[in-house]
Design a protein around this ligand. Structure first.
Ligand SMILES: Nc1nc2c(ncn2[C@@H]2O[C@H](COP(=O)(O)OP(=O)(O)OP(=O)(O)O)[C@@H](O)[C@H]2O)c(=O)[nH]1
Ligand SMILES: [Mg+2]
Length: 410
């Protein structure tokens, strides 16, 4: 749909970015979440077929950029010495930024910022949370066993529920896999029960929640046994599912790779993946990507989707509305439908229907409309015959264009 001068400009800018060089994109952000000590980091080592030797808890977030070996589907860190010696034709096109999150509760509020669209999630839980009985009084042996077992299962379920809801609170139907670890500590009958309980939990939750993760598979394994058949199957299935994600292989401006190379170089100096606009524009100075602020801004957003960088020095976050909708009242019905869809995606919209005071003066942009445009991140013009003829729309477009130029996006 043609969306007027402003949106048309954004589209043209995108084409211009592509015009400077385009490439197929196979980058993805993979997030490993779950409670503390469940085996997230061990699993990440398992994906690389490496043994986790130091028993240390993850501090905040650890992030590695990986590629995948064609034959074995093993992950290999791009910083690994072995990677540098590997021939490119031995690797898949995939380029994965893996974010391993600390499971300690103190970090949770921070994690919410990093969960994002266009990511794939691994939710890890301890399938052996069900402990063996510790009490051995013969009289209450049976009740003690069933109490311990139920308690463990209920802890495991509430932890799983927490993460299923956490990721889908931020993202609509995020793609994910579930991994139950510690099966080496599970009796077969207990594992069977855990598997049934997890299936039931998912079925019940699916009926209650509109946004629920799109679960691509549930795996049970011992994450410390990195050479096991189960680990191998998990690796293969994970890579297969990631390849099926929408957007794989789509064309992106090559400028994004230029910025990515600069960010990865910068990471040697400061490994923290959170960067503000100022830092990113400073490192881009003197390069083609740094010569146009609009282009740089768009590339940063793309890199953020890929998981190469987390960017919060984000002017967008200070806006009251995400989207301003400019339209003629003849198209009210269609605008309502657009609004509803956007708001379902938690995108905050503003249209003339939200006016607090009716506009009285004709031929002048009301201060309330002007304020709404200034405080919106994106301006969308619904291009129809009547809106092209509308003086109100014309004024809104002119005002939005002026604001955009002031923000350095013109
Ligand atoms: N037996 C067994 N031990 C495991 C398994 N997975 C992890 N462990 C052990 O559990 C401990 C915690 O593992 P981590 O991988 O550090 O756990 P984590 O979830 O990353 O922990 P945080 O970073 O603190 O959130 C380590 O001692 C691992 O060796 C498993 O499947 N079986
Ligand atoms: Mg860890």
């Amino acid at each position: 749909m043609e969306e007027g001068k402003t949106n048309f400009k954004i589209f043209i800018d995108y084409l211009k970015d592509l015009g400077t060089g385009a490439e197929e994109n196979y980058r993805v952000k993979l997030l490993i979440v779950g409670f503390e000590n469940v085996g997230k980091t061990t699993l990440l080592y398992g994906l690389q077929e490496k043994k986790k030797t130091l028993n240390t808890a993850t501090d905040g977030i650890e992030m590695i950029s990986c590629q995948i070996k064609k034959k074995t589907k093993k992950f290999i860190s791009m910083e690994d010495e072995k990677f540098k010696k590997l021939k490119k034709d031995k690797l898949l096109k995939l380029n994965i930024s893996v974010w391993d999150f600390a499971g300690q509760v103190a970090f949770y509020s921070g994690h919410q910022f990093f969960l994002s669209h266009r990511s794939f999630y691994i939710i890890v839980f301890n399938a052996a949370e069900t402990k063996e009985p510790t009490q051995t009084h013969s009289s209450d042996k049976l009740s003690s066993y069933s109490h311990q077992d139920d308690r463990g299962i209920s802890i495991m379920k509430s932890q799983l529920k927490f993460w299923l809801l956490s990721i889908s609170a931020k993202v609509i139907n995020p793609p994910c896999v579930l991994v139950g670890t510690h099966i080496d500590q599970c009796k077969p009958e207990v594992l069977k029960r855990v598997q049934n309980e997890v299936e039931n939990l998912i079925q019940t939750m699916k009926t209650k929640h509109t946004s629920f993760p799109d679960i691509k598979g549930i795996f049970y394994l011992d994450s410390s046994s990195y050479t096991s058949k189960k680990m191998e199957t998990f690796r293969e299935s994970l890579v297969e599912e990631i390849f099926k994600l929408p957007g794989m292989g789509e064309k992106v401006p090559a400028l994004c790779s230029q910025l990515e190379a600069l960010v990865l170089e910068e990471r040697n100096k400061s490994p923290i993946p959170v960067k503000n606009f100022k830092t990113l524009s400073t490192i881009s100075m003197g390069f083609k990507i740094g010569s146009n602020m609009g282009q740089l801004w768009r590339s940063i957003k793309t890199l953020s989707d890929w998981g190469v960088v987390a960017h919060f020095g984000n002017e967008m976050l200070t806006f009251d509305h995400d989207v301003f909708l400019s339209y003629h009242q003849d198209n009210e019905e269609i605008v309502e439908r657009i609004k509803k869809n956007l708001e379902f995606e938690r995108i905050r919209t503003w249209s003339r229907k939200d006016l607090l005071k009716p506009v009285t003066k004709d031929g002048e942009l009301s201060s309330e409309v002007g304020r709404a445009i200034s405080h919106s991140g994106v301006f969308i013009f619904l291009a129809t015959k009547s809106s092209f003829d509308s003086i109100d729309c014309q004024q809104e477009i002119d005002f939005a264009y002026e604001k955009m130029t002031q923000r350095g996006l013109g």
